[in-house]
Design a protein around this ligand. Structure first.
Ligand code: GLC
Length: 537
């Protein structure tokens, strides 16, 4: 059947690990590779197919690993290359793919390339970064702003030029118009692909190429007070430039030199721009991350529209994907609330497209309040008081009820959530009603039913808090009914083909219930219904 020839990254479930916070094996309060190896059985039991690791490479950690000083090493904090190879072997032996983070937009200011580059204007590495003269009054070359606050230009007195950094000044941007830079990063990709990694999640891929003339960005008339200051300008000339697609096509060709690998792009853009990252003739990123749910107003009509707009924007042959959480955005359980987090799980795992889970979301982990003297995130330090801090979604994984939640035996780098005493893997795994059990059931069902992986998405008209859709293929169909409110809703007969058998509910007491012509949903309830009678048996 056609199903079986689909690549693994289309039917699999991805799981993001933030290595600093997953499992500490050497009691230094920071997670590491050995810790991940120890927890592989948990991931296998959860049922995911691939893990993506946020950066584990040598780094001064100004941005916790997104400032890399050696692309082909492992930071001692996380372990050794031997440890990484052991992880790769153990993961593969257990049927798990391993995706690495590739951070090609910028290096650390401690990377040997940048140390060379800043040495003199005629250094062979000078043009590997973006150096510009001051304006006549000595100011920065243009008005571009750093995503982490302030100007995106840093003055280097020794050579009297500015260098560009879209993020921290310790993260100078590479010059992707220079072919030598492209080749160097492509060789980095080959280094890891030869080792056997299954692909990359490419950091801020839409930033790679900037306007050749470095024109000023226009003011953003839609700027709202309380938003990060860089949003005062529209990034018209600093991101999403047409030439970026050539760079990505080259990266994809490197991916295609190897069997069955995947290129994922981190891209925050509206759907019609996002989908251009599949590339001409789909020779771009196989999965341009779709972050629409991260900022979605949590109501049925908004989400219905998000799905509609995204599905409608996809070019022929493009494979969709959905993300509910990551290490940069508030936890889903805090965004949508404890009860709706279960409905969100059912949404993520029943939509058409590859789902990516963020570690701990399967436990319903919440955003943890961080005291001012415990803030670690440089974004929060540079742009305080408006709630951009990312520490709260990066706190230690909650394994058990011990003092440091089983994450470590010494004080963790970020505080452990107080509710970890109850909300932890040991407790939740033993409770059939827990969100963890729901996640396992959803992932298990998705694995069992090709229809959930590969079936078409068919919207069904609904109103109020009800979100209704079918997954259909070759005569079989599932209906998914999600109540995004906390009040009961009734689905009258005729609204959908609502006869069949409930395969799974976000409440664990309804499996196998037979539906005939209509359905009552409790507040915060979602159900998956076998409406073609082929699965229930
Ligand atoms: C991406 C990462 C984020 C990082 C930034 C700069 O958005 O996800 O964590 O701070 O890039 O590398």
């Amino acid at each position: 059947m056609a199903e079986s020839i689909k690549p693994w990254w289309q039917h699999g479930v991805f799981y993001q690990i933030y290595p600093r916070s997953f499992q500490d094996s050497n009691a230094d309060g920071v997670g590491d590779i050995r810790g991940i190896i120890d927890r592989l059985p948990y991931l296998q039991a959860l049922g995911v197919d691939a893990i993506w690791l946020s950066p584990i490479f040598p780094s001064p950690m100004a941005d916790f690993g997104y400032d890399i000083s050696d692309y082909t090493g492992i930071d001692r904090l996380f372990g050794s290359m031997g440890d990484f190879e052991a992880l790769l072997d153990a993961a593969h032996a257990g049927g798990l793919k391993v995706i690495l983070d590739l951070v090609p937009n910028h290096t650390s200011d401690q990377h040997p390339w940048f140390l060379e580059s800043r040495r003199s204007k005629d250094n062979p590495k000078r043009d590997w970064y973006i150096w510009r003269d001051p304006t006549t009054d000595g100011g920065p070359p243009n008005n571009w702003l750093s995503e982490f606050g302030g100007s995106a230009w840093n003055y280097d007195a020794s050579t009297a030029q500015y260098y560009y950094h879209a993020f921290l000044s310790q993260q100078p941007d590479l010059n992707w118009r220079n072919p030598a830079v492209r080749h160097a990063i492509q060789d980095v990709m080959r280094f890891w692909l030869r080792k056997g990694v299954d692909g990359f999640r490419v950091d801020v891929i839409w930033h790679l190429i900037k306007d050749a003339e470095f024109r000023d960005n226009p003011l953003n008339s839609a700027f709202q007070e309380g938003r990060p200051p860089h949003e005062r300008l529209s990034p018209l000339h600093s991101t999403d430039q047409p030439e970026v697609h050539d760079v990505i096509a080259e990266m994809r060709r490197v991916i295609d030199e190897f069997d069955s690998r995947v290129l994922i792009g981190e891209i925050y853009l509206p759907p019609e721009r996002l989908v251009t990252y599949y590339g001409r003739d789909l020779g771009g990123a196989q999965l341009p991350f779709n972050f629409a749910l991260l900022s979605a107003p949590w109501n049925a009509r908004s989400i219905e529209k998000i799905i509609h707009d995204y599905e409608g924007a996809l070019p022929a042959g493009a494979w969709p994907n959905w993300v509910l959480g990551n290490h940069d955005r508030p936890r889903v359980a805090s965004r949508v609330g404890h009860d709706q987090a279960r409905v969100a799980a059912m949404l993520l795992l029943t939509l058409r497209g590859t789902p990516t889970l963020y570690y701990g979301d399967e436990l319903g982990m919440r955003q943890v309040a961080i005291a001012p003297d415990q803030v670690r995130d440089p974004f929060e330090k540079n742009v305080p008081d408006i709630g951009v801090g990312r520490d709260g979604c990066r706190t230690p994984m909650q394994w058990d009820a011990t003092r440091y939640a089983g994450f470590s035996t010494s004080t963790p780098w970020l505080p452990v959530a107080k509710d970890s005493v109850h909300e932890n893997v040991v407790n939740l795994a033993a409770d059939m009603r827990s969100i963890l059990s729901l996640y396992k059931a959803l992932i298990g069902l998705r694995r069992k039913l090709p229809l959930l992986q590969l079936g078409d998405y068919v919207p069904v008209t609904a109103d109020g808090d009800l979100l209704l859709y079918r997954r259909e293929r070759s005569g079989s169909s599932l209906t998914i009914a999600l109540n995004l409110g906390d009040q009961p809703v009734s689905i009258a007969s005729g609204a959908a083909r609502l006869s069949g058998t409930i395969l799974l509910s976000t409440f664990p007491d309804r499996a196998r219930e037979t539906i005939e012509g209509g359905l009552d949903l409790r507040g915060n309830e979602g159900v998956i219904i076998d409406t073609s009678g082929i699965y229930a048996g």
